[in-house]
Design a protein around this ligand. Structure first.
Ligand code: SF4
Length: 306
């Protein structure tokens, strides 16, 4: 079912965030039609008194002016050309991007300025923007994280109902890797007892490396209020006994205790180390020059300037 969409211009494009491994994010859309049952944004929605259950992701805000606002912000003398992560709160390649192309417009702004950026997505549509990712990688550090927590079709259908199948996402990883993009596979979130078993992790790691992923990382499921209810309800509708088991595991807490999560993450790290990347995958593109606000003359001569 298509979400209802509405346009609402933004006043700022770049968001400063704390408590994350990055400081700046950008989201051309608010709300996510992928509607993953485990989405941590549901918890933020609950705190903001917005729908966090089944209605989450059925209404998506579009920021039609985001690229022009971004261009102004990137041009400020105070902007220190820090890395911006696109898509930390919603997926920048959710279906609406196919027609609105706002993520693409923002990438154009980053590339023009030689600003480093990262993308987090479950959307294979990211390959549409390969030209910008290649050009951006020549000018600054660029990385794409493609989330693939499992290759199990039944589990994917229940927990990531609006996303493309994992096999399609793997094909996107391959396309990106073949073009020299630094592409990582994010196994997130791993669901205890469902997708954190060794055989399941091993399948994803092998498939990711075979596709050419330059790296992999993993994170375990968090169940904050807002995410917890919807996740447990949808899981319970498919597999009642799994609901009871996970409910017991997370009783009175949002995060798994370290004694449960640490061995799983250590296993991912060991498999990542021991599983080589496909031998014929090209190395990632390294930026050719430290970018200036105006592309230098030699970059124009090399055909690197847009
Ligand atoms: S794709 Fe990401 S932002 Fe969208 S619903 Fe899934 S987890 Fe949330």
């Amino acid at each position: 079912m298509r979400p209802e969409t509405f346009d609402q211009p933004c006043r700022s494009a770049l968001n400063h965030v704390t408590g994350m491994p990055f400081e700046w994010t950008l989201n051309p859309y608010m709300g996510c039609a992928h509607r993953c049952t485990f989405c941590y944004v549901r918890a933020f929605e609950r705190r903001a008194d917005r729908p966090s259950g089944d209605a989450y992701g059925r209404r998506v805000r579009i920021k039609p002016n985001i690229a022009e606002v971004l261009r102004r912000e990137l041009a400020r003398p105070s902007w220190a050309r820090e890395t911006v992560v696109v898509g930390a709160a919603t997926d920048p390649y959710q279906p609406i991007e196919g027609t609105r192309r706002l993520t693409r417009a923002c990438l154009e702004a980053f590339v023009e300025r030689g600003n480093p950026f990262g993308i987090i997505t479950r959307g294979p549509l990211v390959v549409r923007d390969l030209d910008l990712l290649v050009e951006g990688s020549r000018r600054a550090k660029v990385a794409v994280d493609v989330s693939i927590p499992t290759l199990d079709e039944a589990l994917w259908r229940v927990t990531e109902p609006g996303t493309a199948p994992p096999a399609q996402r793997l094909r996107a990883v391959r396309r990106l890797a073949d073009a020299g993009i630094r592409v990582r596979v994010a196994m997130a979130p791993l669901l205890p007892g469902l997708s954190d078993r060794r055989d399941s992790i091993e399948r994803v790691v092998r498939a990711a490396r075979d596709a050419g992923a330059t790296s992999l990382w993993a994170g375990m499921l968090h169940l904050q209020p807002g995410t917890r209810e919807h996740f447990l309800d949808t899981l319970g509708a498919a597999w009642p006994e799994e609901r009871a088991r996970i409910e017991a595991l997370y009783a009175g807490r949002a995060y798994l205790p370290k004694r449960v999560s640490a061995p799983v993450l250590a296993e991912v790290a060991a498999l990542r180390r021991d599983t080589p990347r496909r031998a014929d995958a090209p190395g990632p593109i390294e930026p050719l020059f430290a970018p200036d606000p105006e592309p230098p003359a030699f970059a124009r001569q090399l055909g690197l300037a847009l």
